[in-house]
Design a protein around this ligand. Structure first.
Ligand code: NAP
Length: 302
């Protein structure tokens, strides 16, 4: 029996684990892949305090993981398939086992939203990617598209110019959503071109991506554009499909109070998976610490 089970090993989950393990609570982190979550897929992080020169997402997340482990937090790499969190003893079922815990912190984060167009699934891993850090190097001197107009799209487009010959940002409006500093950098980058007011209708090819069918949303005009790769950064969806009995908002994000308590006693939520204003590593860290202290208080009262 664990005192604290943390679902998700991204910045929120790893921070929560650091706090609960350091408080001497028997802690387990259940993470489906590598520690670090989406932050570990982020090429370069410039707005996490303490790193004035910036830091690579994977490096920062490895440090988070080391720090939590050094205080005794255990981590297993398994997918959570269901969880019964209503009673005093919480039972989390993973692909490999059932884990019992007295309290649970849900920090399962969010994952890349899909375009939902023809060819996207077929060419995933063969030209369609949701991670520039993972796949950018495959596109040396190639022509790639980045779909989206937010911080992720623009930041990763800039990163991709290290490898690709041309990076085309395809955005459905005529104005980017990304913060001004990122927009300015992208505008100054000679390798980046903008295709505004345009949506992707289809991704085409044979063995890999060869072209995209694009639609101008103002004129309705359809045209094909040759492309070697397509990086999709159009936002995220929360990883809550396996949850039962926890109150979610319309978008599927977990509702919490200021103490990061959910509607179920002993169940807390932290990071991108919960309904919140700002989804960043720095806010995930704050959430992890808060959820851990709330869990600590709950265990103390028990
Ligand atoms: P986001 O801010 O939600 O932006 C998503 C972008 O994709 C928007 O431009 C949106 O267009 C577009 N989009 C959404 N659905 C689409 C669809 N079906 N087809 C075409 N385009 C679509 O998502 P994000 O960029 O992944 O960022 C998520 C959060 O992480 C944000 O809070 C962001 O600030 C943060 N973040 C911060 C940093 C940083 O601070 N350095 C880096 C990365 C991410 P519209 O603009 O028309 O809605």
């Amino acid at each position: 029996m664990y005192e604290v089970a943390i679902i998700g090993g991204g910045p929120a989950g790893l921070t929560a684990a650091l706090y609960t393990a350091r408080s001497g609570r028997k802690t387990i982190i259940i993470e489906r892949s590598m520690p670090g979550g989406q932050a570990a897929l982020t090429s370069w992080i410039e707005n996490f305090p303490g790193f004035p020169e910036g830091v690579s997402g994977p490096d920062l997340m490895m440090k988070f993981y080391q720090q939590a482990s050094q205080f005794g937090a255990e981590m297993i790499t398994e997918d959570v398939v269901s969880a019964d969190l209503r009673d005093d003893v919480k039972i989390i079922k993973t692909t490999g086992r059932a884990i019992e815990a007295m309290s649970v912190i849900i920090a399962s984060g969010a994952q890349a939203k899909k375009l939902g167009v023809e060819g996207e699934e077929r060419f995933q891993g063969r030209g369609v990617s949701y991670c520039a850090t993972c796949d950018g190097a495959f596109f040396k001197d190639k022509k790639v598209a980045v779909v989206g107009g937010g911080d992720s799209a623009v930041e990763e487009a800039i990163f991709l110019t290290k490898f690709a010959g041309e990076v085309h940002i395809i955005h459905r409006r005529d104005e980017l959503r990304a913060t001004r500093i990122l927009q300015e950098r992208a505008l100054e980058n000679p390798k980046i071109k903008f295709i505004y007011n345009t949506v992707v209708e289809e991704i085409k090819g044979n063995k890999g991506v060869e072209k995209m069918l694009l639609k101008d949303v103002k004129t309705g005009e359809l045209r094909e554009e040759a492309m070697d790769g397509v990086f999709v950064f159009i936002g995220t969806v929360p990883n809550t499909h396996w949850l039962e009995g926890v109150d979610l908002n319309q978008g599927g994000y977990i509702q919490t109070d200021d103490f990061l308590k959910t509607n179920l006693p002993g169940v807390f939520a932290a990071g991108d998976v919960r309904e919140k204003f700002l989804r960043q590593v720095s806010t995930a860290v704050g959430d992890g610490a808060t959820a851990a202290m709330s869990a600590e208080r709950y265990l103390g009262e028990k």
